[in-house]
Design a protein around this ligand. Sequence first.
Ligand SMILES: [Zn+2]
Length: 101
Amino acid sequence: MGGRKKRKQKVVRPKPTVPKTFQCPRCGRLSISIKIKKGIAEIRCGSCKLKTAFAVPPVYKEVDAYGKFIDGYTEGSLEITEMREDEYEGESGEISRETEE
Ligand SMILES: [Zn+2]
């Protein structure tokens, strides 16, 4: 028995930036923001004001919730609502408003 002690070192690289915005299946823009609070994922589109929320397992992260959202949206199993103007918080910062010139 050699008793080799060769440990595999896993190189774990923390992702520097987790994308916080995702592409919206309705308007096609990269303006979906996802918040997970107490097992509920809140999905909002800053562009077309799409809004929905659904329960997710505690292990879910934004990107997982996004995958579920896309599935649900495609299947039509999600209840999609619209944000009201005063409801929109604009947290993502960059809101491109279309201005006519
Ligand atoms: Zn949208």
